[in-house]
Write a protein that binds this ligand. Structure first.
Ligand SMILES: [Zn+2]
Length: 298
């Protein structure tokens, strides 16, 4: 058995649920990771821990990606409502964007957020040479992620007291204003808990292949409005980064620090996420997106 990282052997061979609470906490407080502020630390401590053996690691070129992981490395989990096999599927990816597998079906109900932070609890190769991966997550802890709006989505629907921008459906306008008003009553940042100053729009980018019978499948792409939330100036700075040169200048420097402290990422992990977000933005900008504001009609 080939193993990575101190203690990984124990974690790996001990199987699901056998990791001690101390070891689980360790992943959220490893050396070289960003230091969260006092409010965020409270959220971190309060969030329950979930551990799961990742499914589907032997498909496509995932074995190579899994073998390259290190214990304690950051991961991002994204839900996939347009997944053709399971609308509750949760995709497990490296911070560089590589596909690693899926959260097992019997655990997906434990992950309520569109995007979830996780760490590699254990990675290793079994007796048959097949690499396996166990992740450790705090699924209720809100992540701070970079998402650039694809250029093909402009004119960008703007949220605020003025409502949606021209060219978008005016139907949900009232619901939108109510949502913004409700969010403005919130005093604390929805991510880190610091005093809130800004309003943030949250979207999911949903992609899926549709095909009927023997027809050629075609891709469906939906930019789905998820909600509005209040953020502090630092977290809002991360969300407001420019996709052209996201890694340059003082703003980018501050954003990397905030990503590290909120997500408990190392500098390399924060940089990998930023680079991945830029690649994704370029890719998404090459496609047309349908807009879904159905969340405002509820
Ligand atoms: Zn914040």
């Amino acid at each position: 058995m080939l193993l990575r990282g101190g203690g990984a052997g124990l974690l790996w061979s001990a199987g699901r649920g056998a990791m001690s609470v101390g070891a689980r906490r360790g992943l959220w407080g490893g050396a070289g990771r960003g230091v969260p502020g006092p409010e965020r630390r409270g959220k971190l401590d309060a969030a329950p821990v979930v551990q799961a053996r990742v499914a589907g690691v032997s498909f496509q070129d995932r074995q190579e990606a899994v073998a390259a992981l290190r214990q304690g490395e950051g991961l991002l989990l994204m839900r996939e409502p347009l997944n053709e096999f399971d609308p509750r599927a949760i995709h497990v990816r490296s911070l560089g964007g590589r596909s690693l597998g899926y959260v097992p079906r019997d655990r997906t109900h434990l992950f309520p957020l569109p995007t979830t932070l996780a760490f590699v609890a254990a990675v290793g190769a079994g007796d048959h040479g097949l690499w396996g991966l166990t992740l450790c997550s705090k699924p209720t802890l809100p992540p701070l992620t970079v998402e650039f709006t694809p250029t093909s989505c402009h004119p960008r629907p703007q949220l605020g007291r003025g409502g949606l921008a021209e060219g978008t459906d005016a139907g949900p306008q009232e619901a939108l204003e109510r949502a913004v008003e409700a969010a403005e009553k919130e005093q604390c940042c929805g991510v880190c808990g610091a005093p809130a100053t800004e309003i943030d729009q949250q979207y999911e980018y949903l992609e899926g292949a549709l095909g009927v019978g023997g027809e050629e499948p075609y891709m469906v792409r939906i930019r789905k409005f998820v909600g509005v939330r209040r953020l502090c100036a630092a977290c809002s700075g991360v969300r407001g980064l420019s996709p052209e040169e996201p890694g340059e200048g003082q703003e980018a420097e501050d954003a990397l620090q905030t990503l590290m402290s909120c997500n408990r990422w190392t500098a390399q992990e924060a940089e990998a996420h930023l680079a991945c977000a830029q690649t994704q933005w370029k890719e998404r900008s090459g496609h047309e997106w349908a807009h879904d504001f159905s969340a405002l009609r509820l």
